[in-house]
Design a protein around this ligand. Structure first.
Ligand code: AMP
Length: 282
């Protein structure tokens, strides 16, 4: 596995790979790898002749009061894991490399970034789309793999790629969960034993919603209410949002007819967690 930290070197490798007619798959990450990341990498391994994983904790997607400084980091462990999976290139640029002095260009996707995460993290998606656009220009992948864990992010990136004719195939992969149902996340390491127990209510509430849907309920309001009721059983938990929206456009819906998603965010103590589930007709 090659570790590349400059944009210049990464560009020249991509150029060579493309000229040789080989396929590049990219998995963008912020590191501190868990099974969720690994499932994306394995998919990338299947799709690409050359698999590039980027590891960059992107300051532009963190709000001022968020956890950029304390975000978990363990480069030597990540390096070994990536090597074990068969990653060809681990691209690890510094912040100065990605945002040098004088930097002033940003990519903004409009409507679809406004609800849900956008309400609580108003500058987040601008940071995400900017860094992903930069990574696409540097790595020039044929396909890029993202997790459904960040469902809105996936919808936003698909929109950006289509609107700006980026010509990258976007692949979404299912959420990987711990045995007890908690969606894997680098941020789970912040949780104390008690908080982790409380966090299980997130998935429990989605299971309740899913049960409602399977029994024929198609009214988002009633499904949301049932999900909230499960979350609120725990103390030390604050709901930010629970929403049911169209899975492709994230538009609000009165009644579930097409594929829909229930997405939610809550805080357990100071730790912010998100999760979601797609309602698919059997
Ligand atoms: P992150 O390092 O948290 O920015 O995540 C990098 C990529 O991994 C994103 O596309 C995430 O959606 C994806 N991801 C994170 N957690 C999971 C999970 N539990 N299951 C599937 N994909 C995930």
């Amino acid at each position: 596995m090659q570790i590349v930290s400059t944009i210049k070197e990464m560009c020249s490798i991509s150029e060579g790979v493309r000229t040789a007619g080989q396929i590049i798959a990219l998995v963008p990450t912020m590191g501190y790898f868990h099974e969720g990341h690994l499932s994306l990498m394995r998919e990338g391994r299947r799709r690409g002749d050359v698999l590039v994983v980027s590891l960059f904790i992107n300051p532009a997607q963190f709000g001022e009061d968020e956890d950029y400084a304390s975000y978990p980091r363990d480069f030597s462990k990540d390096k070994n894991i990536a090597e074990g999976i068969g990653v060809d290139i681990l691209f690890v640029p510094t912040v100065e490399e990605m945002y040098p002095e004088g930097y002033q260009s940003f990519v903004e996707v409009e409507t679809v970034t406004k609800p849900m995460e956008g309400q609580f993290r108003p500058t987040h998606f601008r940071g995400v789309t900017t860094v992903v656009a930069k990574l696409f220009n540097i790595v020039r992948p044929h396909s890029a793999i993202f997790g459904e864990k960040d469902f809105q992010q996936l919808v936003v990136i698909r929109r950006m790629v289509e609107d700006l004719n980026m010509g990258v195939e976007i692949i979404g992969m299912p959420i990987v969960r711990e045995r007890d149902g908690l969606a894997m996340s680098s941020r789970n390491t912040y949780l104390t034993f008690e908080q982790r127990k409380a966090a299980l209510n997130l998935n429990r509430s989605l299971q309740k919603a899913s049960q409602f849907f399977r029994s024929g309920e198609r009214n988002p309001k009633r499904i949301i209410e049932a999900a909230k009721e499960v979350i609120e059983r725990e103390q030390d938990v604050t709901i930010e949002y629970v929403e049911v929206r169209d899975a492709k456009t994230l538009e609000e819906i009165e009644i579930i007819r097409e594929e829909a998603v229930i997405a939610l965010a809550m805080k357990v103590g100071k730790v912010r967690l998100i999760d979601n589930l797609v309602f698919r007709d059997p």
